[in-house]
Design a protein around this ligand. Structure first.
Ligand code: BG6
Length: 368
């Protein structure tokens, strides 16, 4: 039941600290090494993998985009991310050293299921990341990482996504452990950072009222843009998707670096632009993002910035500032998605929409 919340979606957003903690539970053996229960792929098989293709739909696809950044960085294995509905129609190059990772909350999405059948027919290994025990997709896969989000009722995925992200990080670290591309103590450090995430997510949720107020002030808005870079780019796409799905508002996510190649033409006076600011200190990502924000603001955009606590450099360019806990860039999606969920949920409900059952959408789409 809804436990006093008005919508399942809101309840599920607030369950995320718990869901993320559950998804991390029991993943290490007595020596602290990662273990994944239903991995079922031998270490030798994993070591032979020379390419990973992630396939998924909707919100799960964005988890896959984040996974690409983490897997490539930690394991040096090339990763492609592809929409399941496109995958088999382009004659993809797959063989027995390809690992296909299918991400699906429900485990029943027909596009994803058909894509893995196609991959299996070409002898790829298939690993499913799924929230539903015994669903079709994990049944058709060689290995599974189950997320432990608990049942997700709201059609728009929230805790499903965050736990998929956890599973993706675990998979990346597991491959790194098997392939030896990262040392044990590094893996332990990252695991410790992951284990701190439930508290960080709680901190973000404690600030919900500020996000709600901002959301209510946007009733009547016709269009919102979302900008991000690196792991913040899929977050921007997800923020835009949530707004489309729930509030039926035109929303687009862009990679901030791509702005100058086209989307900047869309900026006009008063247009809300939501910016996912990367943490400071790596690869000039932060500075680059800042200059993108200045560009849109100079053209009249109203900027809503998600930025880490203590980042004062953003203050002159943010019309509204939502603070995020200080976390590594690769893990930032686990905290940055949350205000965007709250924003879309509150804006849609303020507009009188049913956020649990948005129009024209179904929780799992079992037709291609
Ligand atoms: C959609 C849902 O149609 O399926 C989305 O409305 C979801 O919220 C997508 O992200 C993929 O679903 P699944 O179960 O395969 O992760």
């Amino acid at each position: 039941e809804k436990d006093g919340y008005d919508w399942f979606m809101r309840k599920e957003i607030f369950e995320q600290p718990h869901a993320v903690a559950d998804s991390l539970l029991g993943r290490r053996d007595a020596e602290g090494r990662l273990q994944l229960d239903e991995m079922r792929l031998a270490d030798e098989e994993l070591r032979d993998i020379d390419k990973i293709i992630i396939i998924a739909c909707g919100t799960s696809f964005y988890a896959g985009m984040v996974a690409k950044y983490a897997i490539e960085h930690w394991t040096r294995t090339p990763v492609e991310v592809e929409l399941a509905s496109e995958f088999r129609y382009r004659d993809p190059i797959i063989d027995s050293t390809t690992l296909v990772v299918a991400i699906s909350q429900s485990g029943e999405t027909a596009d994803t299921l058909q894509a893995i059948m196609h991959a299996r027919a070409q002898r790829a290994k298939v690993l499913a990341i799924c929230n539903t025990n015994g669903a079709s997709i994990p049944r058709e896969s060689d290995a599974v990482i189950y997320t432990h989000a608990g049942p997700e009722i709201g059609v728009a995925s929230t805790k499903g996504l965050l736990t998929q992200l956890v599973a993706c990080y675990l998979l990346a670290l597991y491959i790194a452990q098997v392939k030896g591309t990262r040392y044990g103590d590094e893996i332990e450090d990252i695991m410790a950072q992951l284990e701190a995430m439930p508290d960080h997510i709680r901190t973000v949720l404690d600030g919900a009222e500020q996000v709600y107020e901002l959301a209510r002030a946007h009733v009547g808005t016709r269009s919102v843009l979302f900008l991000g870079r690196h792991a913040g780019y899929p977050v921007a796409l997800e923020g835009a998707l949530k707004l489309k799905e729930l509030a039926y508002i035109h929303a687009e996510g862009f990679a901030a670096g791509e702005l100058k190649h086209g989307p900047i033409a869309l900026i006009e006076d008063g247009l809300p632009v939501l910016c996912v600011v990367p943490p400071r200190g790596r690869d000039h990502l932060h500075e680059k993002m800042l200059s993108g924000i200045q560009e849109v603001r100079a053209r009249g955009a109203r900027t809503i910035c998600l930025a880490e606590a203590g980042d004062t450099s953003i203050e002159p360019y943010a019309d509204h500032l939502i603070r995020l806990p200080k976390v590594p860039v690769l893990l930032q999606p686990l905290v940055a998605c949350v205000p965007l969920q709250l924003f879309a949920c509150e804006l849609a409900t303020a507009m009188g929409h049913d956020v649990d059952q948005p129009r024209n959408l179904a929780k799992s789409v079992t037709v291609e």
